[in-house]
Design a protein around this ligand. Structure first.
Ligand code: ATP
Ligand code: MG
Length: 564
């Protein structure tokens, strides 16, 4: 039944264990139906990616199905742009939902009928308390609440009022439908929770049809039930809602149908990252990032634009596993996952991010030659390309030092260095401007060292990358750093706004010179700029104006810092 038989080494996580037990016991006709239930009130983020990999992964591994259900019960904050972006992101991750996308709003009539059924059974009532009165009557975790004065009104009266709430006869905040459970329950969620409230906003799908909207706790479990979901997987904060989930199900459950079971797991928290959609929306609305898909955002669209691949997100989800307790995952793990993937797949190219011109004085003027370069040493099938070499080239400013320490193996006056795929050069002279800044280097090359091979066994320790000045192409490169300076920006000290912990240097735009092969690129292509890191072609890049985004460095520089 499960793929675990094919790969016996992988141990089951606790959710897989539950599912395998259920399958063994023939529960729910031995079926596995799960769902991913986003609220379309923002773009999906890396936490959602984890939930998507988990749910769709379970459906795949247990020959089940996974529904995509938009949990659209709050007309105020939801819209079609979000619906479309969510579908796009799930498809990009490589998953297919069962049948067509589903919407809780499609069940509004059915949910309404369930509510009527519960009122008729004497287990729900229309309450006329204001939100404030309801809160005052609620009690505290250590103190029982008080019954609403409307709790025992006749069923017929509640039915009548509920119908008129639907018709729009009452103003927002005046009446509500409440479950009649137990105002003294130690679980606050069981103290006559709201089932429906009046809301006059237009809904993105049902328009002005409804004047009442179901509350999450009521709508969610019933939607699971309507869809025949067997395992309803959600994050830990819903653990305390589980008795209510069960209570609502008990009201309508027909034993001939499948009965969903709620299972909670720990949500993903990533260091240096905020993930609440409300906070992400704030970053977008206040213009602190360029949009939901800003490459610094932890959204799936931001990660995609940054250069993350679906595979790297799958790997990351596998690496972090499924936990029962909240924890904080090091952002370095995500960076590790993308580095692993790109190392195997990204074409190597040469790009000089901070150019310094070098004139090779003994190289014939006007001559240019093509040299062979390997596209990807990790992938033979990626083949070779040619790079043009000439008398004037650019190297990184950092690859030259006038007063170099002993163990400096890059370029310095009098010393020799290997130009990747080209020749050995020796620096002969430094040219400065009137401010004393280095503006150019002069060098000689050894014509016998073509391809960077030593002609006589003499050793050259340093190899640096370069780009031909004549053939190189200008490109704009976006260098990113963490968007937040604090490890846990979601949980800053009281009185501190999370926005105050933003890293004002999280984006640096520089003008680079890149090898001409990079003109042949499409949006989203991945490259390793040799020695500089992994980059991808930005959404706004064109052959007239190349733009590359730095995905991640070649090494975990942060880990190195903490080791020192
Ligand atoms: P946010 O707090 O960011 O607004 P949410 O939980 O309100 O998130 P939903 O659209 O309701 O967002 O989430 C859809 C699904 O994704 C839910 O099943 C939820 O449990 C899951 N999910 C949301 N955030 C995370 C996370 N950080 N880690 C794992 N799963 C998550
Ligand atoms: Mg939610």
């Amino acid at each position: 039944m499960s793929t675990t038989e094919e790969s016996p080494k992988k141990s089951l996580n606790f959710i897989e264990q539950i599912i395998e037990d259920d399958l063994k016991n023939g529960k729910n006709q031995s079926q596995v139906h799960v769902r991913f239930p986003p609220e379309p009130n923002g773009y999906l983020h890396i936490g959602h990616a984890k939930s998507i990999c988990l749910n769709f992964g379970l459906a795949r591994d247990y020959q089940g199905t996974c529904n995509l259900r938009f949990d659209d019960t709050n007309p105020e904050k939801e819209n079609v742009e979000y619906v479309e972006s969510i579908k796009k992101d799930i498809e990009w991750l490589g998953f297919k939902w069962n049948d067509k996308p589903l919407f809780t709003s499609d069940y509004f009539e059915q949910l309404y009928q369930f509510a009527i059924q519960i009122i008729k059974a004497g287990n729900a009532y229309v309450c006329e308390q204001s939100a404030e009165e309801i809160a005052n009557y609620k009690g505290t975790p250590t103190q029982a609440g008080k019954d609403s004065p409307w709790r025992n009104r006749p069923i017929a009266e509640s039915l009548d009022l509920f119908e008129r709430m639907r018709k729009g006869e009452f103003a927002e905040g005046t009446l509500s439908l409440r479950a009649k459970i137990d105002m003294a329950s130690p679980n606050m969620h069981m103290r006559d929770p709201l089932m429906y409230r009046i809301k006059k906003d237009a809904h993105h799908r049902t328009g002005a049809e409804w004047n009442i909207y179901p509350m999450y706790d009521f709508a969610h479990g019933q939607s699971d039930y309507i869809e025949g979901i067997t395992h309803s997987i959600c994050t830990l904060e819903f653990e305390v809602h589980r008795p209510l989930y069960e209570w609502f199900l008990d009201q309508v459950y027909d034993p001939s149908r499948l009965r969903p079971r709620q299972i909670e797991f720990a949500r993903l928290n990533l260091s240096y990252t905020v993930m609440s959609k409300r906070k992400l929306l704030q970053l977008v609305q206040e213009g602190l990032v360029s949009g939901w898909d800003d490459p610094r955002m932890p959204t799936i669209s931001g990660l995609r634009r940054r250069g993350y691949t679906p595979k790297s997100l799958h790997t990351f989800a596998d690496m972090i596993g499924v936990a029962r307790r909240d924890n904080m995952i090091d952002l370095g793990k995500l960076e590790f996952a993308i580095r692993e993937d790109l190392n195997k797949t990204a074409l190597r190219r040469m790009a000089v991010l901070n150019p310094l011109k070098v004139v090779i004085t003994n190289y014939p003027e006007g001559k240019a030659e093509m040299l062979d370069a390997v596209n990807n040493p990790e992938d033979e099938t990626a083949g070779m390309r040619q790079v043009s070499f000439g008398r004037e080239i650019y190297i990184e400013q950092d690859d030259f030092m006038e007063q170099a320490p002993k163990n400096y193996f890059r370029l310095t006056v009098g010393a020799e260095v290997r130009l990747r795929y080209a020749y050995f050069i020796r620096c002969t002279e430094v040219v400065k401007n009137s401010d004393g800044e280095i503006i150019e280097l002069r060098a000689t090359y050894d014509p016998e060292s073509k391809g960077g091979k030593s002609p006589d066994g003499r050793k050259v320790k340093g190899t640096i990358h370069w780009v031909s000045a004549e053939h190189g192409v200008k490109a704009s490169v976006n260098l990113y750093d963490r968007l937040f300076l604090t490890e846990d920006p979601q949980d800053v000290e009281e009185g501190v706004n999370f926005l105050d912990t933003i890293n004002s240097e999280s984006l640096k735009v520089i003008d680079a010179i890149v090898e001409p092969a990079l003109l042949e690129t499409n949006v989203g292509d991945h490259f390793q700029f040799e020695r500089m890191g992994y980059f991808c072609t930005d959404l706004d890049s064109s052959s007239n104006r190349l733009i590359f985004n730095k995905t991640v460095g070649l090494k975990d520089t942060w880990a190195k810092v903490s080791q020192n």
